[in-house]
Design a protein around this ligand. Structure first.
Ligand code: FAD
Ligand code: NAD
Length: 467
């Protein structure tokens, strides 16, 4: 006799686990099928969390070795203990993944380990590690199968010398040199980790700029700062081949616009050219779920083209971010329960956890210009922010973009220390459809880095006053 549920979710990442917990809270009989032995998906196991653990630890090491002396602290004998750094990261991952299992129990969600596949209307087949099959019957199916690394033709990932982000989170020793293919979020974050730990890092990017999609002014200043830190950028360049030598690797590259090939040798190559949705071999075609031209599952308010089959997170359209998956997860569970699920896709922040951090929400200047939306702009540098000066954290700036006639905030772009925490204030303001004047007239504690946001908002009407 098959187990019967209200909702069966395939995938236990931020999309799947949040959907399962919310469905459980709403009293729906829920199961979550996950093929990994642990819950948490890419984010907790090989993504957001382990990368942030290494970013934090490596930044402390660099601060101790390079920046504390200017503050009058002489640190002697500071050295890297890579196995301990990796163990601390693993302990964090272990604790958090177990935390999800606990939340499942608390909210009466059944956790099933195995590969899930839609086996017809209202049916999910599960194959466990030993190949044993079982079948679940359900009113609703939610696909939350996430994403995987996009491969680069001509470059075979072995996760030892030619690594994806997964291998780059667990290298056994610091390479002398590393070439990162792709100047996107992963390339800059994990490139920063290994540069701080001692590798010489070169970044090869197909486009003429780093961080495509982010505000151009922000990306330009960031490039300057990263170069000063020691990154070497080869922009407008594509890698056509990576060959394994006896010791080391040989890359062949050519200008993206065409031209003569050049070669470069390195110890480790990190392939970080994007991620692609996981949609194959889960029975989508059998029930009529439709994919778009890029392979993402098409949805209308998280409903696919198939009856009672829903999709959320990285496997569907939109930014591939854990918090976007989480928003969709909650909205999807609430919609299944007959509640009005809602996601505001205009207010999804993006953060790059480099040093300085980069964060944004809403439209870039380029997007506003392309859409012919009239806007005003206020900006404020951390070099003029008293807390930034006191902390010796003066890199970066904040920029507020507001509608030229009604002053509604349309976009906020930040680079600086702790902006990952400050972007929430901008997101909240935009969620309430605040005007830039609302931030400009909100009392911010002094001295704080967040005063730079207020000063940038004041700048929209030209009354910035701090030095
Ligand atoms: P996933 O987290 O990919 O989870 C999908 C799960 O489904 C996986 O566990 C997979 O094993 C399982 N699965 C797939 N097929 C099946 C099947 N047939 N049966 C059973 N289970 C299946 N985002 C941020 O917002 N902030 C960050 O700082 C950040 N850092 C990142 C760093 C790295 C190195 C990487 C790679 C990604 C990072 N991301 C970050 C992106 C973030 O991890 C994803 O956006 C997020 O995990 C998407 O959640 P999801 O639930 O849609 O998919
Ligand atoms: P990305 O899309 O951020 O960047 C990929 C980069 O590779 C782009 O700049 C692209 O132009 C470049 N590229 C593509 N093909 C190339 C080629 N052949 N040669 C050279 N360059 C090439 O992708 P990513 O950095 O791999 O990250 C994947 C996803 O994971 C992203 O969607 C991101 O949202 C998510 N992620 C988020 C965070 C975060 O929120 N802090 C951190 C890591 C990953």
């Amino acid at each position: 006799m098959a187990d019967t549920f209200d909702v069966v979710i395939i995938g236990g990442g931020p999309g799947g686990y949040n959907c399962a917990i919310r469905a459980g809270q709403l009293g729906l009989k829920t199961a979550c099928v996950e093929s990994r032995s642990t819950l948490g998906g890419t984010c907790l196991n090989v993504g957001c969390i382990p990368s942030k653990a290494l970013l934090h630890a490596s930044e402390l090491l660099e601060t101790a070795n390079s920046h504390m002396a200017e503050l009058g602290i002489k640190a002697k004998g500071v050295e890297l203990d890579l196995p301990q750094m990796m163990q601390a990261k693993e302990e964090t991952v272990d604790g958090l993944t177990k935390g999800i299992a606990f939340l499942f129990k608390k909210n009466k969600v059944k956790h099933i380990t195995g590969r899930g596949r839609i086996a017809g209307k209202g049916k999910v087949e599960v194959i466990d590690d030993e190949g044993k099959k079982s079948e679940l019957t359900t009113k609703h199916i939610v696909i939350a199968t996430g994403s995987e690394v996009t491969p680069l033709p001509g470059v075979e990932i072995d996760e030892k010398r030619i690594v994806s982000s997964t291998g780059a989170l667990s290298l056994g020793k610091v390479p002398k040199s590393m070439v990162v293919i792709g100047a996107g979020v992963i390339g800059l974050e994990l490139g920063s980790v290994w540069r701080r730990l001692g590798a010489e890092v070169k970044v090869v990017e197909f486009l003429p700029r780093i961080l495509p999609g982010s505000d151009g002014e922000l990306a330009k200043q960031a490039t300057r700062i990263f170069k000063k830190q020691g990154f070497e950028f080869h922009l407008g360049t594509k890698v056509t081949k990576v060959e394994k030598l006896k010791s080391g690797l040989k890359l062949t590259m050519e200008p993206a616009a065409g031209g003569d090939a050049i070669t470069m040798e390195t110890d480790v190559v990190l392939v970080a050219i994007g991620r692609r949705p996981v949609t194959s071999d889960i029975g989508l075609e059998d029930v009529g779920v439709k994919l778009d031209a890029r392979g993402f599952i098409e949805t209308d308010h998280w409903k696919t083209a198939a009856d009672n089959v829903w999709a959320i997170g990285d496997c569907t359209t939109g930014p591939m971010l854990a918090h976007k998956a989480e928003e969709e997860a909650v909205a999807c569970a609430e919609s299944i329960a007959g509640l009005p699920g809602h996601v505001n896709y205009d207010v999804i922040p993006g953060v790059v956890y480099t040093s300085p951090e980069i964060a944004w929400v809403g439209k870039t200047e380029e997007e506003l210009k392309a859409a012919k939306i009239p806007y005003k702009k206020g900006a404020f540098p951390f070099a003029a922010n008293s807390r930034g000066r006191a902390n010796h954290q003066t890199d970066g700036f904040i920029k507020v973009l507001a509608h030229a006639t009604n002053d509604e905030i349309l976009g906020v772009h930040m680079m600086g220390a702790q902006v990952s925490e400050m972007i929430g204030e901008a997101a909240l303001a935009m969620e309430f459809r605040a005007a830039s004047e609302d931030i400009a007239r909100t009392c911010h504690a002094h001295p704080t880095l967040s005063e730079a946001l207020r000063q940038a908002a004041m700048g929209v009407e030209g009354w910035t006053m701090q030095m």
